[in-house]
Every structure is written in C-alpha cells, then in structure tokens.
Design a protein around this ligand. Sequence first.
Ligand SMILES: Nc1ncnc2c1ncn2[C@@H]1O[C@H](COP(=O)(O)OP(=O)(O)O)[C@@H](O)[C@H]1O
Ligand SMILES: [Mg+2]
Length: 491
Amino acid sequence: MVYDIAAPEPSGMVASLSSLGYSLPAAVADLVDNSISAGASSIDVEFTWAGRDSWVAVVDNGTGMTTDELVTAMTVAARGPAIVRSPTDLGRFGVGLKSASFSQARQLTVATAKTGDWSVRTWDLDVIEETGEWRLLRDADDSTTRILDALRGAAGQGTVVLWRRLTGYYYSDTVTEGDERTQKQFYAEAARTESHLGMVFARFLTGNSRCMRVLGTPVEPWDPFLSRHPSVQRLPVEQLRLGTGTVRVEAFVLPSAHRLPPTEYEKAGGPRGWLDQQGFYVYRRDRLILAGDWLGQRGLRREEKYNLARIAVDIPAETDVEWGVDVRKSSVVPPVGLRPHIRRIARQARRLASDVLRHRGQIAARTHGEPLRYAWHVRRDKDQVTCKINREHPLVRAALRSDGGSPGDVRALLRLLEETVPVTALRVMHETDTSDDPEPFGGAGPADPDATEVAQRIYEAMVTGGRSPAAARERLRTMHPFDQLQGFWNR
Ligand SMILES: Nc1ncnc2c1ncn2[C@@H]1O[C@H](COP(=O)(O)OP(=O)(O)O)[C@@H](O)[C@H]1O
Ligand SMILES: [Mg+2]
C-alpha cells in the first residue's frame, strides 16, 4: 500500500469542532454527562459575570483522572466509538468535552485529581491557531489558577472544567463588567441551563442521592410526562425489536389546562413551552438526547392541537449507529425498520391528544338518568366555526319554560355557561385558519329577523326596567352588536 499521511490541520480542526451549533445549556449538559459517567454524586455549575473575563465551570466529585488520563481526555477523539464502554458511560465519540467547550470558550482548562494530586491542562485556541500545533499547556496563568483553587476547595478527588474567554462575551472590547444588559443575559443563560439540565438529567435526579446545582440552586427534575398525575393517559408500552436489542416506547397524553393549577400547567409546558415540547423524547442510557420532536416523520407536523402528546423512547446505546446519534447527542433519525411503528404510535397519541382538547370544550352537564349533554356545541361547518348553546340541555329548557323558569335555573345556567366556555376547542379549531371567525348575526348589514327579535326583547326589558322608549332606543343603537346592524333601532 502506498500512501501519504494527511493529518488534519489543527486550527481548521478546532474551528470545525467548535461550530457544531451547541447552545450554551446543551454544551454544559455535555460536561455534566462526563461528570455523571465519572460517578459524581455532586455536580456544581458555576457562572461568574466579569465582562470579558466572565467564566463558566462545572465542578464534580467523580473519580477524577490521573495526569495520563487527563491528557487522553483532552485529546480530540482519543476515545472513539470503537472502544468498549461501561453501561453507565454517557460518552460516545471522545469529542464532547472538547467540542462543547470550544463552542463556548477560547480557553478550556481542566483540573482533576484521583488521589489528592491535582493535574491541570489547558487548551488555548489562540495558541493552537498561532502555532498550528496541538500544544496542550501544562500550566495555567495566575488568575486561572486562583479560580481553580477556589472551585476545588479542599477536595482530594474530582474534576473542575473551566471555560474562560467565552465566545459570546469576549468578542468585543466594549463588553465591560458594568454592562448591566449583557450581565442580565449572562445570568439568563444560567437560568436556561438550569431548566435544561432538569429536563435532560431528570431520570438521574429523581429518587437519587445525586445533587446537581446551578449557581448553588439545586436543579429540579422536570418530568415531561407528568407521570404521577392521575389524569394522564398512557398507551400500552411497546417493546420494538431492533437487531439484538429492544426499543421501549411509551406514549402519554397529558391532561388539559383545566385539570392543572395555572402554575403547574405552565411548568408542565417545559423549558421551550407546550408547542415545542410535543412529540418524542428520546433517552439513551437514561439521558435525554432529544426533547419534543416528531423525528422528521412524514405527515407529523407540530400543531397546537397535539400539544398534549408526548412519547418516551428508550434506545439501547448499542443501537447508536442505527439511530445516527450525533456528537452533540441532539439529533437522532429512527432506523428504517422502526419508522412504521414510530408513525403508528405517534398518530395514536396525536389523535388522543387532540380529542382531549376538543372535548374540553364540551364539558358534559350530567343530569341523573339523562344521556350525556353538553351546554355548548362547537362545530365546524364548511369553513366556519360556530359555537351554539344546546337548546336541549336541561338547564336551557328549564329557563325557556313557558312559565319563565325560576331565577335559580337561569342563574345556574349562566354559571354553567361561564364555566364551560369552550375556549380550548375554539382555539384548536381556529388555529389553522383565521378567516373563519364568526360574526354576530352574520356581520354588518341589515338585521335579520333573529337579530330584530333579540333587539326587541332587550328594548322591552329596558323599558320595563324604567327607561323611556327614546332612551332605550338610543342605548340599543350603540350596543354591540346592534351598532353594526341596520334595524328599527337605527332608524
Ligand atoms: N468530569 C470528568 N471526570 C472524569 N473523567 C472525565 C471527565 N470529563 C471527561 N473525562 C474523561 O474524558 C474522556 C473524554 O470525554 P469527552 O470528550 O466528553 O468524550 P466522551 O464522553 O465521548 O468519552 C471521557 O471518556 C472521560 O474518560
Ligand atoms: Mg462526554
């Protein structure tokens, strides 16, 4: 075999590694992956604002590394997919630490200790670019050393990963420590990181003695499926065969807004909100790698009416290749053989989810021994959505009795109507088109007999109530919707 060695150019390699498109929360999550793989029971994420000198760090009490292990850890792709990993190892390509860090910072320093002796190594992207060599620095500058010392405290074991010269804040000389707006954005990123970690690592944080903090605040696990809520509907768990392994799929349909207190409903929406959090949640070794996505499947669009559908998928790490798990662990493509099942389960869950929203608008008024009756009827006829009160409803009938019904019946009816305004059903039916808003009595123009009849009744009620006919007429003329209609009151 004849060949040339064509090794990658370090500076170009660094540039491409750093442009994988990580968000800051996702990049921090990649560091936390490593801390969890190292068996850490305590993980602290720190953010410190200092203008151009701002920094971010992840501090863990995991196994730590020897100096040799640290050098290997810092080497790009030294532990690739070919090596055998323990079942609790969340890594895959041997790239995460570097690519996540380079996407956020020009300087990556790692300090680590296994048995009391701390080793430190630094990648400085300026040095790599200037020298064109993978020069892994053995010493750190004074201010870096001070930060590291403060972070590791008296611990004799663990790892500190420190990012300095953050690309998002370092780019310009004008960023100063006193820049309040940028400082706010910086700490907003910290808050986003906190909720992202709560979502991604929820399974590690639930019922576990592990503690994860962002800026000292414990990260709360976020359960996308509200699995402990009594009104959650679950489709049967499916175990799909893939090669020698099985993929576990469980679909959940969450309760609609009226079954949750407003704060809980908002929280259940998730870090990105209901619309962006519907769909599949893909887990690999209990780590969430994709949250709320329909996996690019044909015919499965994100729509508001499917907000309540969320589906957990557990993929065995041995099937990474089939799912195309990428470096960022943020994209997966379902294997061809599983796609029909994925689509079938998704459709089932979506149908159920939109049913829940639709029926929310038709809360049943159950009367003993009577069939199920709704106070409101929401319909879509041709391209119009209409919303009518059910004349057959027992309370409506009572109010319409020839003897006038009792004030109690009317009060009860009004209360029922107020309580069951079909807001959600209307929203769902209206979401795709906007031109179908119904207009009172068919919209502006000459009044039809129905409008005239209703106006006549209001007019009489006002006169009976003591108004002069002229005043009542004048009042009607300016009253919605009669101000839009031409009738006797406008003449
Ligand atoms: N916090 C840590 N504690 C102990 N070892 C670590 C830590 N972070 C990284 N490492 C080591 O560095 C290696 C490379 O990490 P990384 O670049 O994220 O790739 P991967 O996680 O895919 O192996 C890990 O496999 C692990 O051995
Ligand atoms: Mg990793």
